[in-house]
Design a protein around this ligand. Structure first.
Ligand code: FES
Length: 161
């Protein structure tokens, strides 16, 4: 598999920061995910080849962090924390609202490719629970109303409104 021109430039720049190529694994995986949306097996093999790692070493890291997608996800990846602090203040209601509004279950993607719903472990934002991470942004102190408003906003943006 090949990287795009911009990704090639970024990859070369990442390598300049790490005298030991193997240490560039995490930023390389971030780069691939940003480029392609997820880490496909050929992409992980390519990263392994470029960093002189075994494919299984790359896979171990990719599967350790919930941040990495191992299969295609929607444009908005909704990762709802379901650990104690969030659960105590309504995480289950947030998840139920999302399931109801999106008509999908956990680890599913809406047919229009806009949303993927996932349940994740603590995202270190317990003081502003309940919360979810959507791509690179945190949405905190959630209520069902806030969730519906966010979905409406993302749907409107997708429809160019
Ligand atoms: S328990 Fe939800 S962010 Fe920590």
């Amino acid at each position: 598999m090949t990287f795009g021109e911009q990704a090639e430039r970024e990859f070369a720049e990442i390598l300049t920061r790490y005298p030991d190529k193997r240490s560039a694994l995490l930023p390389s995986l971030h780069l691939v995910q940003r480029e392609q949306g997820y880490l496909s097996p050929p992409a992980m093999e390519e990263v392994a080849r470029r960093l002189n790692l075994q494919p299984v070493e790359v896979l171990q890291v990719a599967t350790f962090y919930t941040w990495f997608n191992l299969k295609p996800v929607g444009r908005h990846r909704l990762q709802v924390c379901h650990n104690l602090s969030c659960t105590l203040v309504g995480a289950e209601r947030i998840i139920a609202t999302l399931e109801e509004e999106l008509k999908i279950g956990e680890n599913e993607t809406t047919p229009d490719g806009l949303f993927t719903l996932q349940r994740v472990e603590c995202l270190a934002s317990c003081g502003t629970a309940p919360m979810m991470q959507v791509n690179e942004d945190y949405h905190e102190n959630l209520t069902p109303e806030k969730v519906r408003a966010l979905l409406a906003q993302w749907r409107a943006a997708a429809n160019g409104r």
